[in-house]
Design a protein around this ligand. Structure first.
Ligand code: 5GP
Ligand code: MG
Ligand code: MG
Length: 178
């Protein structure tokens, strides 16, 4: 598995330090509120579990699964809800937890869905951002690291369902997917 990695971009320690920082800012911003924290499966599961430990306000967690990639490394542009929320978002302060924003298509679709369901507020926290690849105007409210235009794996992110269990984020060798 490690043989398939070209370069480690951020170590486990660097990621944990950033997650702690994000948790502190989010805790301040949501003081006195009870946000509904939505994990976008599967990629964000590791970030979600580390992040909520650093958020010091009462919150609820729910999960949503959307698909736009299949097993490819490029977005198909088609977003499909694979698993919907168990709870209603009406009147709730919603915080979407995402692993990485690339084209922005997945999240702009999700934000739209949640706003149409009458959420009180919808904010986005993403651990990784690849702004160079954006095709729609979308910015995260909170972001961890800005990444170069490369396909990355680890810390929850997969290639064809592999590499999610790596504790760091790294660039996959091109030979693995070409
Ligand atoms: P977008 O809709 O912004 O193009 O893509 C969003 C989703 O595509 C992310 O939530 C993530 O699941 C997947 N994705 C985008 N870039 C990468 C990447 O570099 N590596 C991996 N493993 N997944 C990515
Ligand atoms: Mg994702
Ligand atoms: Mg994936």
């Amino acid at each position: 598995m490690l043989n398939d990695i070209e370069e480690v971009l951020y170590s486990e320690e660097q990621i944990q330090a950033k997650v702690k920082e994000l948790g502190e800012v989010i805790s301040r911003d949501y003081e006195g509120r009870n946000p509904l924290v939505i994990c976008v499966l599967k990629g964000a599961f590791m970030f979600l579990s580390d992040l909520v430990k650093r958020i010091e306000v009462p919150l609820e967690v729910d999960f949503m699964a959307v698909s736009s990639y299949g097993n490819s490394t490029k977005s198909s542009g088609v977003v499909k809800i694979i698993k919907d929320l168990d709870v209603t978002v009406e009147g709730r302060d919603v915080l979407i937890v995402e692993d990485i924003i690339d084209s922005g298509l997945t999240l702009s679709y999700l934000v739209d869905v949640l706003e149409r369901r009458n959420a009180l507020s919808v904010k986005i926290v993403t651990l990784f951002d690849k702004p160079a690849r954006r095709t729609v105007g979308l910015e995260a409210d909170y972001k961890g690291f800005v990444l170069p235009d490369a396909f990355v794996v680890g810390y929850g992110l997969d290639y064809a369902e592999k590499y999610r269990n790596l504790p760091f984020i790294g660039v996959l060798k091109e030979a693995v997917y070409s």
